[in-house]
Design a protein around this ligand. Structure first.
Ligand SMILES: [Zn+2]
Length: 525
């Protein structure tokens, strides 16, 4: 990255991305293996230092994701989370063993409230367990991170003892989590400064922070920790994470870059990749960022007021502290049309953050041509939607074929729905529901025999214009089967919004039909 404000004595702070672990704990944000590997590759391009790929003991899916990312990512450290016990640590190592740069991340709660009510352990017992866990991890892996869970609410004297002991036991990074999002910036600064003053061997490890956003302070708390000397920030794309989420990567990185005069810190992040990565994660998780979100929101650089616009035209810096192009925001996004070729499509897709394999390109190109027949101008958003359908493709139990529908206000619609079930054509006709979308949903339920409750239904235009593609996202809650209560997401894109709805419902139903391993939900940092 080219520093915006060059200055002397800048140090480098590591960016530890936990979108695939803590971020995935956002309600409704679970991702499949292909999606996780795709995000990991985008994080490598973004220039993060560490990717926390999952929690291997939590589920076979988490294990597979850490293992596959460890195998495919060679230039960035790949980290797996483990509770402080032998089984977890050994399982994490099993998933990480093939990594070029593996890291085991061990955590154990240290605050009095967790010691007393959750662990039922004394200070001495917690200390001994932490040391034993770090030693075991260190015997397997040279790079070991330890997190005293709920550190921000841990008595500072005890925290200093724990940090000293785990560094002695071989921890190379010690992460200070504000697990419940309770800290304030001055408190965080004090905790980090105290550790640096009072822990005699502190220079042998990198001190890290992991802040949650329950009070909207995660970025401010992380920056305060950097002021006090923290050398690693744990964060997620779009601030995803448990509850209100984590420190947002794009915000903390741009704060450090824009105010380099104040923080004297660099990161290795390629800031021009921030917007494409944010969009990729938003589209894969279905959790869109608010328009007014700092750095990556659609309005983050939109100057509405006349006075501001006038100033901007005279000199951009009157009202602009960052340049849109520095975060990868496109100035103009009208790009391709009917006559564009395969190479142009691959180029544009790559610029948007999608690397199409030689196997994927022909399929995406075919869909692109079909779309170009239906709409005149193909925008970046359209190309992103085409690529994502390719990446997010699960093996389909039910594949949408077509529908016909008759409806009028005041009476139930009649829907005929056609699908392929494992390749064999099937159809159903129902007359039911409040309007066409409800009718399609009921037809799908009847045809597949899978009962769900629709928890969320959203339609948005992928781009602009009357012929824009509609993107529908749904969340369906499973009613019976192996995992009642589980929430499954589905997306569908089409220039026909009813077809997009049917595809989205079927995509979610496919996730139900394919089942999935139940996840363990242990306490997490
Ligand atoms: Zn967390």
């Amino acid at each position: 990255m080219t520093p915006a404000n060059p200055g002397p004595e800048a140090r480098t702070v590591r960016i530890f991305d936990t979108t695939l672990r803590d971020g995935e704990q956002s309600p409704g944000a679970s991702m499949n293996l292909t999606e996780k590997v795709e995000i990991a590759q985008a994080l490598v391009q973004l220039g993060v230092d560490v990717i926390e790929a999952g929690f291997p003991i939590a589920s076979p899916g988490d294990f597979a994701s850490v293992r596959d990312i460890a195998r495919t990512v060679s230039t960035v450290t790949v980290c797996g989370l483990a509770r402080c016990n032998d089984t977890d640590i050994d399982r994490a190592w099993e998933a990480l063993a093939a990594a070029a740069r593996p890291r085991i991340h061990v955590f154990l709660a240290t605050s009095s409230i967790h010691r007393e009510f959750k662990l039922r352990m004394t200070e001495e017992e917690v200390l001994a367990r932490a040391v034993a866990g770090v030693r075991r991890a260190r015997n397997l892996c040279a790079d070991v991170e330890f997190s005293p869970e709920d550190a921000a609410r841990t008595e500072i004297d005890f925290l200093c003892r724990v940090v000293e002991a785990v560094i002695d036991a071989g921890a190379t990074t010690v992460n200070i989590p504000d697990t419940v999002g309770y800290a304030t910036p001055s408190q965080m600064r004090h905790v980090i400064a105290s550790l640096r003053d009072r822990v005699p061997n502190v220079d042998r490890a990198v001190i890290s922070v992991h802040c949650h956003d329950d009070l909207g302070l995660a970025v401010a708390n992380s920056l305060a920790a950097v002021e006090a000397g923290a050398g690693q920030i744990e964060c997620t794309i779009n601030g995803l994470g448990e509850r209100a989420g984590n420190c947002s990567l794009e915000e903390v990185v741009m704060a450090l870059r824009t105010r380099r005069d104040h923080y004297h810190v660099d990161t290795g992040v390629v800031t021009q990749r921030l917007v494409p990565t944010s969009r990729l994660v938003a589209n894969i998780t279905g959790i869109q960022v608010p328009r007014n979100k700092a750095v990556v929101g659609r309005n983050a650089f939109a100057h509405e007021s006349g006075i501001h616009q006038d100033g901007m035209l005279k000199e951009r810096r009157t009202y602009e502290i960052m340049r849109p192009e520095d975060v990868g925001l496109e100035r103009t996004d009208l790009v391709l049309g009917k006559h564009s070729g395969r190479a142009a499509l691959a180029d544009r897709a790559a610029a948007l953050g999608y690397r199409l394999t030689p196997e994927q390109l022909p399929t995406v190109f075919e869909r692109f041509k079909a779309l170009a027949d239906r709409k005149k101008e193909i925008y970046d958003g359209d190309i992103a939607a085409l690529c994502e359908q390719q990446f997010a493709a699960l093996p389909e139990h039910f594949t949408f074929e077509g529908y016909s529908l008759s409806c009028a206000s005041g009476s139930a619609p009649t829907v005929e729905l056609r699908v392929l079930q494992s390749g064999a054509p099937r159809s159903v006709t129902v007359t039911a529901g409040d309007g066409p979308i409800d009718g399609i949903f009921l037809a799908i339920e009847k045809l597949t025999g899978i009962q769900t409750v629709c928890r969320d239904f959203r339609v948005q235009a992928v781009t602009v214009g009357k012929d824009a593609q509609a993107e529908v996202t749904v969340e369906l809650e499973q009613v019976d089967g192996e995992r009642p209560g589980a929430v499954h997401r589905g997306r569908g894109v089409s220039t026909d919004s009813l077809e997009a709805s049917a595809k989205a419902f079927l995509a979610a139903i496919n996730r139900v039909a394919l089942g999935g391993q139940p996840r363990l939900h242990p306490q997490r940092t």
